[in-house]
Design a protein. Structure first.
Length: 346
């Protein structure tokens, strides 16, 4: 049994972490850190946790954390400087923000700025278990992937090792994603105000979103070749969920991609390959509230167009669920513990 601390517990990601951790059989104590709500019951903000998690938020000096594992579900800021001392004291750390996901000091600094520590950047393991499970097992410090990258990367990874890998144009990958509004966090803003969003789908950051370099960095690391991802995100009038449409072109395709994708993810507990024909495509409804990533792969033989559809819950497989999956791996628990989640239907 272990003790877990959640920094940023008042946010959407923090709230979902608390929800998962409170039912996790290996967690004996939770500390929920919030600067703004210290002293108030957790359920006064996360109302779904009323009579489930009877705990106040605390404003804790991070030097005084004595948990086995610390989740930073907060934007990277001054607190990042305290990560080395936590690691030196034997604690394990999972960060959910973007800092240090890109293991390139120049690119990381350009996208996220702020705290610099080459040793920390060197030590970090990117927390996508389907790709880096063996490294995560040994890691003290894991950077959890972004929500869009999780859906796009899990969709594209099976192309690795494909017989026709060399026939695919990785320099022109087109990725379009639609996300629920919780992707922007709990802080109110004019553009997310109800009258602006309730009947709307709004593209944003159409030429540069900060997740683009993260996606490209991991794909380059995987495919060992030049990769460009033309990524366009949109935010839609639903609270949670992401669906990504990833298009690639190949000069020659003569393989059953669904079969290939199914074999690639054989044994993966949280990736489900959906057939991909018109009747049977991944959708947000089936993954919301779960740690699943549903993937469909389609081929237009006449044009050589490969269309990969990939759906996740941005707050679960795209965030807190994947963080718990990483914790399970880091601490030697069964990887699926606490994540046996199925959504309702419809
Ligand atoms: N939302 C998503 O779908 C999603 C998906 C993947 C990753 N992420 C990442 O996960 C992190 C949290 O996202 P979120 O959506 O939960 O954001 P959020 O709802 O805005 O919550 C973030 C929380 O962090 C705390 N915080 C803010 N600045 C801080 C600081 N300087 N030091 C310590 N705590 C601070 C705040 O709590 P107090 O003011 O109460 O302390 C706030 O409630 C972000 O880095 C985000 O990029 C989000």
């Amino acid at each position: 049994m272990v003790k877990a601390t959640v920094v940023g517990a008042s946010g959407y990601m923090g709230g979902e972490l608390l929800r998962l951790l409170v039912r996790h059989p290996e967690i004996e104590e939770i500390v929920s850190v919030s600067r703004s709500y210290a002293g108030k019951p957790v359920s006064s903000l996360h109302k779904n946790l009323y009579k489930v998690l009877d705990l106040p938020f605390v404003d804790l000096d991070l030097d005084n954390i004595d948990s086995d594992i610390v989740f930073f579900a907060a934007p990277h800021a001054d607190w990042f400087a305290q990560v080395p001392s936590l690691l030196n004291r034997g604690l394990k750390v999972i960060t959910l923000g973007g800092k240090f996901r890109i293991q390139d000091p120049v690119l990381d600094h350009r996208v996220y700025g702020g705290y610099e520590d080459p040793s920390l950047l060197e030590e970090r393991v990117y927390g996508l278990p389907e790709l880096y499970r063996e490294d995560i097992k040994k890691a003290r410090f894991v950077t959890n992937p972004g929500c869009y990258p999780t859906s796009i990367l899990l969709g594209a990874l099976p192309l690795k090792g494909l017989v026709l890998e060399d026939k695919i144009d990785f320099e022109k990958i087109v990725a379009t994603s639609i996300s629920g509004t919780s992707g922007a966090g709990a802080k109110p803003s004019v553009s997310l105000h109800h009258p602006e969003m309730c009947d709307n789908i709004r593209p944003y950051n159409i030429f540069f979103h900060r997740h683009r370099p993260e996606i490209e960095f991991i794909l380059k690391d995987t495919f060992k070749k030049e990769v460009n991802v033309f990524f366009t995100p949109s935010i839609a009038n639903m609270p949670r969920g992401i669906i990504s449409y990833v298009t690639l072109f190949s000069s020659e395709v003569d393989i059953d991609l669904t079969k290939y994708f199914t074999a690639f993810y054989k044994g993966e507990p949280f990736v489900r390959i959906i057939c991909g024909d018109d009747e049977n495509v991944p959708g947000i409804l089936e993954v919301v509230g779960t740690n699943y990533c549903d993937i469909g792969v389609n081929l237009d033989e006449s044009s050589g167009r490969i269309l990969i559809l990939s759906a996740v819950d941005n707050l679960i497989k795209g965030g807190s669920g994947q963080a718990v999956q990483n914790m399970n791996i880091m601490l030697g628990f069964n990887e699926t513990t606490g994540l046996d989640l199925v959504c309702g239907h419809p």
